[in-house]
Design a protein around this ligand. Sequence first.
Ligand SMILES: Nc1ncnc2c1ncn2[C@@H]1O[C@H](COP(=O)(O)OP(=O)(O)OP(=O)(O)O)[C@@H](O)[C@H]1O
Ligand SMILES: [Mg+2]
Length: 151
Amino acid sequence: MAERQQQRILPTVADTEAFGRELAADLGAGDLVVLDGPLGAGKTALTRGIAEGLGVQGRVSSPTFIIARQHRAGQREGAAPVPLVHVDAYRLGGDLDELDALDLDTDLHQAVVVVEWGKGVVEHLAERHLYVLLSREPNSEVRTAIWEWVG
Ligand SMILES: Nc1ncnc2c1ncn2[C@@H]1O[C@H](COP(=O)(O)OP(=O)(O)OP(=O)(O)O)[C@@H](O)[C@H]1O
Ligand SMILES: [Mg+2]
């Protein structure tokens, strides 16, 4: 059963990254995270926090020229190490039938998969997913996150 929607105000990018670290504590192998929200909303910043929380290797950046970036598992406190697959579905134009078609080295069932612009594109890849919507006001650094487990 889906949990209740939750909301968080994120005044600075540091708060968004900290929120990502928090979310990571509840994420494990096979979990899918769908990040929604407009350009510059903070989807990559949130992914950076998730990556930190998971303790994976490599720096998170906007996967502009590649569709998916794979981060190998590293040290993780209090939970099993897990790799991260960071996907930008923006350039796929909703045409992603199977993420598996990307022929990644990482087994998605063994990884946490975070997909920017994934709404309406990747939900079928998992039985349930964590949906996070980031929104922003013009001329403000403040972001608002609304999130819930769906499915
Ligand atoms: N509260 C905040 N949370 C997140 N980012 C913030 C915040 N305040 C300012 N920023 C800035 O907004 C930008 C967010 O960029 P980011 O690349 O994370 O967005 P995005 O949603 O991934 O965009 P895109 O759709 O282009 O991939 C960064 O430059 C970041 O420093
Ligand atoms: Mg981004």
